[in-house]
Design a protein around this ligand. Sequence first.
Ligand code: DON
Length: 318
Amino acid sequence: GVVFDCGVRQNKPPDDPLAALLDRVRVRLRDLTDGEPASYIPELSRADPDLFGLSLCALDGQVYSCGDCDVPFTVQSVSKPFVFALALADRGLEDVLARVGAEPSGEGFSSIRLEPGTGRPPNPMVNAGAIVTSSLVAGASAEERFTRILAGLSAFAGRDLTVDGAVFASERSTGDRNRALAYLMHNAGSLTGDVEEQLATYFRQCSVLVTCDDLAVMHATLAGGGTNPLTGERVVAPRNAQHVLAVMATCGMYDASGQWMLRVGLPAKSGVSGGIGVALPGQFGIGVFSPPLDEKGNSVRAIAACHLLSEQFGLHLM
Ligand code: DON
């Protein structure tokens, strides 16, 4: 089993060469000071721009990390592939695809484009699609659905996660674009149920606190076919994990997904807190955290770190 003390993972080998190697990447990119922390949610704009952590979780359950790998931040859009996985597990692929597409939007994360006719959002990685997938997770009420989502994210991370109440309140009070998207989808029939309740579930999901280490473990769970390498728990079926990785590969970095696949060549997901999670199927998961973002809403240092790691170690899948 895994032992935790104050949120710090205890299963790290001390002075490991792999952790030292990650640290070299971190030190090399520490002085890259481009970008700004997200400002559209007041709570996020207060993030320390110097924070920078790098973690890798291998499928044998070892976690190698350096820098600010234990600092909590809200998971934001990095939750989207995991909640998509839960929706797939609960509903099956065809039912989920009836409500949300699997095509890259070519637009930013808050793209307002819905499929003509069906009103389906383009994919589960943009906000509109994620609002739909969190409404598709099993549960008779919004409360039950969120309980399932929090338990599911925790199972992916291998420890009990909690919600940052201040960020949740901040998201909910400033989330008019998401609100508008949700009402458009409700009108088109792709989002059903009580719109405000579905939105609250989505905002709460984005406000779940994780660390860089958690991102590595969560992505290692996807890389390992849905089984958490730390706890041994089968969180979703291999087929579900495979489908999630496929959609991450084409849509995970929003309108930077093509460039990302070209240069890094691995399925990944970014979030506006500055986290990026990456999976190398059958091998490991990587978590990177650094709050300053580029104009597409992806972490500048995290992208640079992934470019370096992919190039130096030949991780590109193609
Ligand atoms: O929907 C939102 O506005 C945020 N709570 C999550 C968006 C997000 O992380 C987009 N990613 N880069």
